[in-house]
Design a protein around this ligand. Sequence first.
Ligand code: C2E
Ligand code: CA
Ligand code: CA
Length: 510
Amino acid sequence: MLLLTSVVYVQEVKNGKQRVEDIAQKIAQDLDNQFAKVAELLRQGAQFNIACDDNTLQTMRTAVFEQPALSEIGMVDEQGRIRCNSFGKLDPVVQSTIPVRLQGLRYYGPIISDYLGTSAFILAMTRSDGIEVNGLIPTSWVNNVIKLPTENHVSYLAIVDTFSGVPIFKFGHYSLPLNYKPYPLLNDTAEYTGKFDDLNSKYWFALRFKAIPELGLTIAVDEIQLFNLKWSSALLSLLGSSAFFIMTLWLLNYLDRRSRNAKLQILDALAQNEFFNVYQPFYDCQSNTIIGAEVLMRWQHPVEGELGPAYFIPEAERDGSILELSIAQIERALVELEALLYDMPSFKLSFNANGYLLMQPSYRQVILWAAQQVPNLTLELTERDVLQGAELQHHLQTLSDAGVEIAIDDFGTGYSGLQYLQQFPIDLLKIDQSFVASIGTKNLQTPVLDAVIEMADKLGKKLIAEGVETSVQQRYLSRQGVNVQQGWLYAKPLRSDLFLDMLSIRLLLK
Ligand code: C2E
Ligand code: CA
Ligand code: CA
């Protein structure tokens, strides 16, 4: 905890310095923008007539009106005489200093404006003809721009000459470091922490204005304030940091456990019998009987409740635990449907598989073992699974030779050509739900559905339509000769007991 406190203290001081710097940057940016606008206005003074005609005076007044930083614009001739300002012509002219022939914006100050009676400074530009156009900026305007929050604990903030460090505007008690010479300011920004001439240790930060590099903004804060300033918030943040720290540890631990143990979690859940099978019937519309079922998986999660395959199959496929899940699923199905299979040996049982599973000897072994008890055993694979290479083709052939039916799931959604249907031992195509859903709608997929049905017929493949939800779909498919159908119209995937109940009721009704 002590370590944590010191870490928080150091962090707070660092944050405190950063906050001071941020304040300075923000204020400087606001001022810089305004200085740049003033510079632009003074540049337009190229059109002012040194005779100070009405037009020139009017333009000056408009400029002052439009630019809040300026309270006055003036014109000084090559001999340094103020000829006029936005209030009017000066008669007699007032002697000022001879304009400095310098590129860009420069300043003088601080001054007390005769007209306004307040402190101010002047930004000036000299035209190519040696005439200076200048603008008076009252310090009250700077105060407005700065808008220092009252609780800021800033020891001072000043606009200074970056060469001499003389302030032309200041807020607070201006002081300088005891053992460090900050001026001339050599870089665009500078910072220092140490004793100042009021004997307090301060953090000092300075930066140069872009629009007028002769001037800079400087801010100093008593070091103690960096922490004191935020003492209450530091305390809060100390508490918060501890909580955050613990939460972070917990979260990292959780995420780590989650990724490292995703497989272990699945396998653990499998050992706890949390996975179960649901069965969705294949309905033969010609004989009005259920001729088989697709076996689907669910997870009865102790916290999350019943989870569909979307929640765990992708993860299980990533970490390989799909192998254990699939083998357990097949074994479970044979146990749950043992009596049914005894009574109806032709009952078709269809399992979802994939390329990875088919490459695993243990999986193929279980399938071959199951096929001995289920003469009508089907494996559903997607096109992508089937097209994984020669080795897979070989395994498919072995399974097919052993009497396992191979079906293409989601048929019609893949983009591969159709030659594979002849190269591979494929018996059955399961028309994807999206085609079935298009029936009865003015959807472009309906003609594709018709083409798929026609082609399957020509190639001698069996067809199953999945996702049949309406009697319109049922009738359409039946008319097209797709008699084996699966979908909510007949039944949703059911737990084994409900599934068996449904089957026996149907048999009784027959
Ligand atoms: P799939 O093999 O295409 O399974 C068909 C999905 O459509 C099932 O969703 C099923 O519940 C749903 N379905 C059936 N009839 C209708 C219907 O009339 N309307 C609509 N809208 N949906 C219907 P489920 O059970 O959520 O399975 C989703 C996918 O998860 C399956 O798609 C399959 O790819 C995978 N999956 C499910 N169980 C297993 C499994 O045991 N092993 C493997 N490897 N994958 C599985
Ligand atoms: Ca399927
Ligand atoms: Ca499907």
